[in-house]
Design a protein around this ligand. Structure first.
Ligand SMILES: [Zn+2]
Length: 362
C-alpha cells in the first residue's frame, strides 16, 4: 500500500509518501517520487508512529459511573477513598475483565503501549499482566508496594514481576520510603515514578531528591518548579482531562517554553476513557481556552515521540524502513499534520498497513 500525504514523527511534519509491504515501511520519500509507477493502491493520509498512553490506572476501569464531586484527595486517597473502596470491593475476576476491556479499546484505537500505575502490590501487577496477555497493547506495569515502612522483601518480590514502581505522591510518603524505593528501582535497572503537585503544590526538592524517572501531573507546579524539573531532566506525564475534572490544569505553555520532556496520559480509567485521541484534542483546546496556547506539534510529540524516548526506544517514533516502528495511517488531510492529528483523529480514520481493510480503503 502507498500512502501519499504527510509523515509526522520524531523528525517533525513533512509532505511525504510511505510505501508499505506486508505492514512494514519499505520506502519513504517526497510525494510523487515513489518507485511503484502507479501499480500499488494509494491512500491519502498522514503516517504517524503508534501512540503511547503514558499514564493510566487501568484497574480503575471496574467503575464507569460518574465520579462524586469533591476534592480529588478524598476520591483517590489510599486506602479509604472512593477509588480504593471500589478496587477493594471488586473481585480479581471483575478487575481483570475490566482491564482487558480497556486494553481492547486501546488496541482498537491504535495504542502500541501504555504505562500503568498498578495498585494492590504484587498480586495487582500479576492481575494486569494476565489481563494484558494477547491484548496487542504492551503494558509497562509500575507496581506499588503495600507495606509501610517498606518491607524490603515485599519490594524485591514486587520488582521481580513489575517493570518499575509508581507511587502515590511525595507528600503521601516519608523521605525514607522514597529513597528506599528509588534505590531499589535503580539497583534493579527499572524506572521509579511518582505523582507530584497534583492537588496541592509540593516543593520540588521533595519529589526531585528521590531522583524519579517520571513525574505525573505537576498541575500545581509554578514556572520555577518546572524550571527545576527541567534542570533535573525528569520527564513529566500530564493528564489534562483528569485534572480538569477536579478544576485544574497543568501549565503546558511553560512546559513547552522550557523544553520539558512531556508525555500524555489519560489517568484513572474510572473517570476518563483511556483514549489518547480524546486526550489530545482536550489538551489542545484547554490551552486555548485558558489563553495559554501550546503548539499542536508539542502535544503530538507528547503522544507519539517523547514516550518512545522514555522507553529507551527512540526508533519507535521514526517512520523509516527498518526501524521496527509500527506506524498508523490516519485518513486526514495532510496539509497541517500536527493540527489534524491532535484535533481530529478518531478511531474510524485509522487504517492499518497490511490489512485487507487498508488495501481497499483508498
Ligand atoms: Zn495517576
Amino acid at each position: 500500500m502507498l500512502v501519499e500525504g504527510a509523515v509526522l514523527d520524531a523528525d517533525g511534519p513533512r509532505p511525504a509518501y510511505v510505501l508499505f509491504r506486508r505492514g512494514r515501511v519499505v520506502e519513504v520519500g517526497r510525494p510523487g517520487t515513489d518507485s511503484t509507477r502507479g501499480r500499488v493502491r494509494k491512500v491519502r493520509g498522514i503516517v504517524i508512529p503508534s501512540p503511547v498512553n503514558s499514564h493510566v490506572h487501568l484497574g480503575d476501569a471496574v467503575s464507569s459511573r460518574e465520579p462524586p464531586s469533591g476534592p480529588v484527595g478524598q476520591i483517590v486517597a489510599s486506602p479509604t477513598g472512593y477509588k480504593f473502596r471500589l478496587l477493594r470491593d471488586a473481585s480479581p475476576e471483575q478487575k481483570q475483565a475490566a482491564m482487558r476491556a480497556a486494553l481492547r479499546r486501546m488496541a482498537r484505537e491504535g495504542i502500541a503501549a501504555t504505562i500503568d500505575f498498578r495498585e494492590e502490590g504484587r498480586p495487582g501487577v500479576e492481575l494486569l499482566r494476565a489481563a494484558a496477555a494477547g491484548s496487542g497493547v504492551r503494558v509497562v506495569v509500575l507496581g506499588r508496594p503495600l507495606a509501610r515502612p517498606i518491607d524490603p522483601q515485599e519490594l524485591a518480590s514486587l520488582l521481580e514481576v513489575a517493570d518499575g514502581v509508581g507511587l502515590s505522591s511525595a507528600r503521601d510518603e516519608t523521605p525514607s520510603t522514597l529513597r528506599t524505593v528509588s534505590n531499589a528501582c535503580r539497583r534493579a535497572g527499572k524506572p521509579f515514578a511518582l505523582h507530584a503537585s497534583e492537588a496541592v503544590r509540593e516543593e520540588p526538592d521533595r519529589y526531585l531528591s528521590a531522583r524519579p524517572d517520571l513525574l505525573v501531573h505537576l498541575a500545581k507546579a509554578t514556572p520555577d518548579d518546572l524550571a527545576a524539573v527541567r534542570r533535573a531532566r525528569v520527564p513529566v506525564a500530564v493528564c489534562t482531562r483528569s485534572n480538569a475534572l477536579f478544576g485544574r490544569q497543568p501549565d503546558l505553555q511553560t512546559m513547552e517554553r522550557l523544553g520539558l520532556s512531556v508525555l500524555l496520559g489519560t489517568d484513572n480509567a474510572m473517570f476518563q476513557a483511556p483514549s489518547i485521541w480524546r486526550e489530545l484534542e482536550f489538551a489542545y483546546m484547554a490551552t486555548r481556552l485558558r489563553g495559554r496556547p501550546v503548539s499542536a506539534a508539542f502535544l503530538a510529540n507528547a503522544a507519539l515521540v517523547e514516550p518512545w524516548n522514555w522507553l529507551g526506544e527512540p526508533d519507535g517514533a521514526r517512520i523509516a524502513p527498518g526501524t521496527g516502528a509500527r506506524p498508523l495511517i490516519v485518513r486526514l488531510p495532510p496539509d497541517d499534520p500536527a493540527y489534524q492529528i491532535v484535533t481530529r483523529t478518531t478511531e474510524h480514520l485509522i487504517v492499518r498497513a497490511g490489512t485487507e481493510r487498508a488495501g481497499t480503503a483508498g
